[in-house]
Design a protein. Structure first.
Length: 84
């Protein structure tokens, strides 16, 4: 069992990045997925033990396939938030 394994999903929409489902070490929160999302990124912070280094990742877990729209929205709103 890891010391900590927390994540937040971030959905890219025409309004910007919107927070989605979240998992902390103390529970989980579910939110409806925006119907107009074009990309979903999972920000994860993993600590395998209290002696290890924190592993932080941002991985694309869903993509609409509309690369032109994704590029335009990422140019406007930047990368997914790098936080829980």
């Amino acid at each position: 069992m890891s010391a900590s394994n927390e994540w937040t999903e971030w959905h890219l929409t025409p309004r910007g990045w919107e927070r989605g489902d979240e998992k902390t070490d103390f529970g989980r929160t579910s939110k409806p997925t925006p119907e107009d999302r074009v990309q979903t990124v999972e920000h994860r912070e993993f600590l395998s033990s209290s002696y290890s280094k924190l592993d932080v990742t941002n991985d694309i877990i869903w993509n609409s396939g509309d690369e032109k729209l994704i590029a335009a929205l990422r140019a406007k709103f930047g990368d997914a938030p790098n936080r829980l």
